[in-house]
Design a protein around this ligand. Structure first.
Ligand code: SF4
Length: 238
């Protein structure tokens, strides 16, 4: 770890607000003076996430908040969904469909690209993240890989989910309330995708207004998807 840190002068530790990135931040405590903590606020962050970030901002020597643009992205490209019918793509919309976008495009446009752009602007040469090898969904890069002139370091890549929570409790780190109900922290309050995260039950319990908004979006998706599924079933059974 020390050797990698010593090779770099512009180091970013990227926080999402999830438990893995928090564990990563705490593990890197001996190096806090050498790195900058970056958090991209999606523009629709949970107050729970904002509260944790305020605590961290007051704790670390260098903290940068990047402005994400989820509301503008949804206004331009449509609500995010995990099932995208052809009628919701730009060509379909030009012919009367309801605009929607897949969840990865929405996340990329809303906060991943603003984060990456800031890395380039700040001349970052080492990016540290809380990615684990056990994660079902992870990027292709591993510790030590260099991509586009930037080296990557994943200090907890060999940890299990259980180890992460045990470590955070042992360190008295600020654990967001999400984890009473969810396995993962949602990035946006009004997200209508990432269904497997099960955020609706958390919203219903703690954020009634956002819950209603998401339910209305899900209903829009249901109507459009049902139409495509009906055509699909006709084809399959023909
Ligand atoms: S979490 Fe959902 S709403 Fe937020 S950027 Fe990603 S897909 Fe879009």
């Amino acid at each position: 770890m020390h050797d990698i840190i010593d090779r770099h002068h512009k180091i970013a530790l990227q926080l999402s607000g999830g438990k893995d990135s928090l564990a990563c931040l705490w593990l890197m405590k001996p190096y806090w003076d050498r790195l900058t903590v970056y958090w991209c606020n999606t523009g629709d962050a949970f107050p729970e996430t904002i509260a944790v970030m305020e605590q961290i901002r007051a704790m670390v020597p260098h903290f940068v908040e990047i402005a994400g643009n989820q509301p503008a992205v949804i206004a331009q490209f449509g609500i995010p969904t995990d099932i995208l019918p052809a009628s919701a793509t730009p060509m379909g919309v030009a012919n009367g469909g309801v605009p929607m976008q897949d969840r990865y495009s929405c996340c990329l446009r809303s906060f991943m690209l603003p984060m990456h752009q800031r890395m380039l602007e700040d001349g970052i040469t080492l990016i540290i993240r809380g990615q684990k090898n056990a994660d079902a969904l992870k990027g292709p890069l591993r510790s030590g890989d260099v991509d586009g002139g930037i080296e990557y370091l994943f200090p907890i890549e060999d940890w299990s989910a259980r180890q992460v929570m045990d470590y955070l409790r042992q360190e008295n780190a600020p654990i967001p309330r999400f984890y009473e109900v969810l396995d993962e922290a949602p990035d946006c309050m009004t997200c209508s995708a990432w269904w497997e995260k099960g955020a609706a039950k958390y919203l219903k319990r703690y954020h009634g207004g956002a819950y209603q908004e998401v339910q209305a979006r899900l209903e829009t998706i249901r109507v459009v998807v049902d139409g495509s599924i009906a055509h699909f079933n006709d084809e399959v059974r023909a």
